[in-house]
Ligand binder design. Structure first.
Ligand code: UD1
Ligand code: CA
Length: 475
């Protein structure tokens, strides 16, 4: 047996009844990543040869989420009936039939776990050549966790679940975080001996400790409780997400990012931020965002899968999803970038401008009140207030193309598909239904007529009508 080898078995087949959810517990997300991805990532980072995730409830969805994140670095083993953590571990081990290193067994609901903690337990198991090694921890109130029972000489000899505890056992503050390292060989031989003599009638993996303390060598490492919490309900979910969130904010602060108000800033785990970025209060960066150096994300912005170029300013309350913003651009306040918006360097986009599947080339501007859907806006174009790219006819979407340096006057509608040639000019209030040649001026609106004196006559007539109505009412 090579001393450096280990395979991880992550237990994730349970429904998570206490979450009261249609969704399997391990798919609930923390900072944009499914819960189960955390122990898997920590196992991989600790150097696991193989990672087997035991799936059951929502097996298809859990497997899909794992494949999406980890590809073929992770495999799954099916536990068709949830007969307990001991049975789950057995299902995982049966996917590793010839493996002869250590099994690292951990729950799928411990998202704060780190590779360092796992590494420390593995090191202890190797150093002691133990058959069974576990982490223990302490909390003033360990309610909900299995308690660690030690014998007269201080060796751990059993784990008793909360619901199987006597009153005095319930006062024990040392608990079992559910993370074990077991020699594969020893595991296969002992796991058959578990029984269901407990409050839940399940096969408890925790009973392996009692067996190991009789027939093998047992080690334990005591660790601080932060990082070891399990998640069983929604209150624990949000509490742990908050812990993770603060950890991430502090990591970015340490890497040269100003985060004005950590308490109100939400940065998902997959977000990357370069030094010298400033993030104001109330900002949400979700999914896979990247923010380049010198950028400023002002208060209240919500960005989901968005890249922001260097020195760009995203002004307050901008909402953007699945979009790219170039360098030295100025976006917002109150801009809305819907999926597929690609804004080039030096683009200016102002309040109440919405883009969708639209490319704006370098230096293009749309400063106020516009809807630009399915468009291509060339370099240095200026799109006036109230412009609409009419992209949808009720059945199909069509494209509007503005070549470079086009000026679109305010309150114009461009009925797609339509192309406006380079350097052309669209007069304000135009409805453009035909292509505009380069350098042309397009005017598509009714001609104005002025009727001298008519305003005065109109007012007199309207006033007379109102006075008659009032008189009729009071009389
Ligand atoms: C378990 C431990 C408890 C420990 C706690 C740490 C047992 C019996 N108890 O309790 O000592 O303090 O974790 O957080 O092990 N699972 C399966 N198949 C099953 C049952 C569970 O895959 O048949 C998975 C769950 O999806 C979950 C993990 O195993 O990810 C732990 O199960 P859970 O029901 O949360 O155990 P706890 O009651 O928290
Ligand atoms: Ca749990």
């Amino acid at each position: 047996m090579s001393k450096t080898e280990f395979a991880a078995i992550v237990l994730a087949a349970g429904q998570g009844t206490r979450m009261k959810s249609q969704q399997p517990k391990v798919l609930h997300s923390l900072l944009g990543r499914p819960m189960v991805s955390y122990p898997v990532a920590a196992s991989l980072a600790a150097g696991a040869d193989r990672v087997v995730v035991v799936v059951g409830h929502g097996a298809g969805a859990v497997t899909a989420a794992l494949t999406d994140r980890f590809g073929d670095r992770v495999t799954t083993a099916l536990q068709t009936q949830q007969l307990g953590t001991g049975h789950a571990a057995q299902c995982g081990a049966s996917a590793l039939p010839r493996y002869d290193g250590y099994f690292l067994i951990l729950p799928g609901d411990c998202p704060l776990i780190t590779s360092e903690v796992l590494g420390a337990l593995l090191d202890r198991a190797r150093a002691d050549d133990s058959d069974f090694a576990m982490i223990t921890s302490s909390l003033p109130d360990a309610t909900g966790y299995g308690r660690v029972i030690r014998n007269g000489v201080g060796r751990p000899v059993a784990i008793v679940e909360e619901r199987d505890c006597t009153d005095s056992q319930r006062t024990i503050t040392e608990f079992n975080p559910g993370i074990y390292v077991v020699k594969a060989e020893f595991f296969r031989q002992e796991i058959e001996r578990l029984d269901t003599n407990n409050a839940q009638g399940e096969l408890y993996l925790t009973d392996l400790l009692a067996l190991a303390s009789k027939s093998g060598t047992v080690s334990d490492v005591h660790m601080p409780s932060n990082g070891l919490h399990g998640i069983n309900d929604r209150a624990q979910l949000v509490a742990r997400e908050r812990d993770l969130r603060m950890e991430i904010v502090h990591r970015h602060l340490g890497a040269g990012v100003t985060i004005r108000d950590p308490e109100t800033t939400f940065i998902d785990a997959d977000v990357t931020i370069e030094p010298d970025v400033t993030i104001e209060s109330g900002v949400h960066l979700r999914g896979r965002c990247h923010v380049a150096t010198g950028a400023h994300i002002d208060t209240g912005c919500v960005l989901t899968h968005v890249t922001v170029g260097a020195n760009t300013s995203v002004l307050p309350y901008t909402v953007a999803a699945e979009s790219q913003i170039g360098a030295s651009a100025r976006i917002g306040p109150f801009s809305h970038l819907r999926p597929g918006s690609e804004l080039g360097d030096e683009v200016h986009m102002g309040n109440f401008v919405e883009t969708k599947k639209t490319v704006m080339a370098r230096g293009a501007k749309a400063n106020h009140l516009a809807y630009l859907g399915d468009g291509i806006v060339g370099e240095k174009c200026n799109v006036g207030a109230g412009t609409i790219f009419c992209n949808y006819d009720g059945f199909n979407k069509h494209q509007t193309v503005l070549e470079d340096n086009v000026f679109v006057g305010s309150d114009s509608q461009l009925i797609a598909p339509v192309t406006v040639g380079r350097d052309a000019y669209v007069g304000s209030g135009s409805t453009v239904t035909q292509d505009v040649p380069a350098e042309a001026l397009a005017i598509g609106r009714a001609r104005q007529v002025n009727k001298p004196g008519l305003a005065t006559r109109l007012r007199a007539k309207l006033k007379a009508e109102r006075d008659r109505r009032k008189a009729a009412k009071s009389g």
